[in-house]
Design a protein. Structure first.
Length: 263
């Protein structure tokens, strides 16, 4: 082998070894004492990819993370989709819900033995017999509410022209154009469905309040968080905090998982 080829081979091996070492460092062991499994449940007008930034950060911390893809056709359908993902978890799990996803985790987490704690992210946390609409009516009409358009099939869409201003104001404009184009509509009837269980009554909870929210009133978020006895984390964010403040969201989930692991 020529000297030149030998040098190239050595450099290639060194490069591969460095890449392997970097990959090894990038995936940490699960935090000591923390609940390892985390299941993320998205809300309306987005899909599971809205958690991508959060997922990447939690994976780097060593968590086993799964994101549900809700059909948003009814509460029962979203509960079923979440149960399918929970069935894939091995051991204690933290259940996290954003926005409408809060209704779903409230229902699912009550009787799943693996769910040891809940994290609500700008989410709806109903009482038994209460709907998302019941809670939203407690506060002022929010701008995102007036931006919703109902189609002939009974599904609600966010007006693309208002998507960023009223749902994701602190997300870069080029990204909100993509998000609005790929938005998942939700059945309007889902907002009127009553919770039949309330997991927060028996499971410890954390709540991420988004203080610049134009979809769910921050005052209502704080009221819900206090009502369920949650540990509160405030983030100066729009409603789509999972995208605009992925690091802060992941940090709150990490802290909750560590705390739940002590109980």
């Amino acid at each position: 082998m020529s000297t030149k080829r030998l040098l190239c081979a050595v450099l290639l091996c060194l490069s591969m070894a460095a890449g392997a070492a970097h990959a090894h460092r990038a995936v940490a062991a699960p935090p000591a004492g923390a609940v390892r499994n985390i299941v993320l449940v998205h809300g309306a007008f987005v899909d599971g990819s809205s958690w991508n930034g959060v997922i990447a950060r939690l994976q780097r911390k060593g968590y086993h993370v799964s994101a549900v893809q809700n059909p948003l056709t009814s509460l029962a359908d979203d509960v079923a989709a979440t149960r399918r993902v929970l069935a894939q978890q091995d051991g204690p799990t933290v259940l996290v819900g954003h926005s409408w996803g809060g209704v779903v985790i409230t229902e699912v987490g009550a009787d799943d033995p693996n769910v040891v704690g809940l994290v609500y992210v700008a989410a709806i946390a109903p009482e038994v017999g209460e709907s998302a609409l019941d809670i939203l009516k407690r506060g002022p009409q929010m701008p995102a509410g007036t931006a919703m358009k109902r189609d002939d099939s009974g599904f609600l869409w966010l007006d693309r022209a208002q998507y960023r201003a009223n749902f994701a104001a602190d997300v870069p404009e080029n990204l909100t154009r993509v998000l609005s184009a790929a938005q998942q509509p939700i059945a309007a009837s889902a907002f009127e469905e009553k919770a039949t269980k309330a997991a927060w009554q028996s499971k410890p909870s954390w709540y991420v309040v988004t203080s610049k929210d134009r979809a769910v009133s921050p005052e209502i978020e704080r009221w819900m968080a206090n009502r369920i006895g949650a540990t509160i984390v405030e983030v100066p964010s729009s409603h789509l905090v999972t995208v605009s403040h992925a690091a802060a969201t992941a940090d709150a989930i990490d802290r909750a998982a560590r705390e739940f692991g002590k109980q």
